[in-house]
Design a protein around this ligand. Sequence first.
Ligand code: AMP
Length: 218
Amino acid sequence: MRIVLLGPPGAGKGTQARFLSEHFHIPQISTGDMLRAAVAAKTPLGGLVEDIMKSGGLVSDEIIVKLVLERLQSPDCVNGYLCDGFPRTVHQAEILKAEQVQFSHIVEIDVPDEEIVARLSGRRVHPASGRVYHIRYNPPQIADKDDVTGDPLVQREDDQEATIKKRLRVYREQTEVVVDFYRKWAAIDPKAPKLLKIGGVGDVSEIKTSLFKALAAI
Ligand code: AMP
């Protein structure tokens, strides 16, 4: 399986990515998590991207593509991988195609904007592992503590309402067209990745079930 998960910020990509990664024994490659780790470790890359991320804008295609192409060389990617939040622009998708990076499925998780804003303001994360919770929809066993380690959970800076609205605008303008890119490719080439769209509103386990059913059916 070589999967791309697309969807607006807060669609639940991270949560579903984890299920897919465990089930298919493939690494979850999240460009957002990789960039946040670079910012936290204060690396030169982190210094370059910190302000853009805080503002809700997109990091340059060159930086992202270099990061992902390097990551895909790792031995754990030999039998498949799951890209979460990448490619995020048509240019990124075009470079991957030119570099012959293979994808079997492009999965789009569909969630309306009003739901996203409500959701993201309640999102909490465990920075060290990337585990994601929601104070209402997917609460940790003990409030504000990670289920596995007991570490404190945090709210991401870019989960503030004004930034969420900007990230949604960026998604609608720059990332929805990535789905069109794959749709056009699939229309002319049977070897193109298969496209799936699933509803991302409802219970986490119901969405998981419809995602796995959709993947099994194609
Ligand atoms: P995420 O956790 O996927 O929502 O990513 C958080 C932030 O990282 C985004 O708002 C962007 O600033 C940046 N980012 C992550 N992935 C990409 C990408 N593929 N292209 C450009 N910027 C990205």
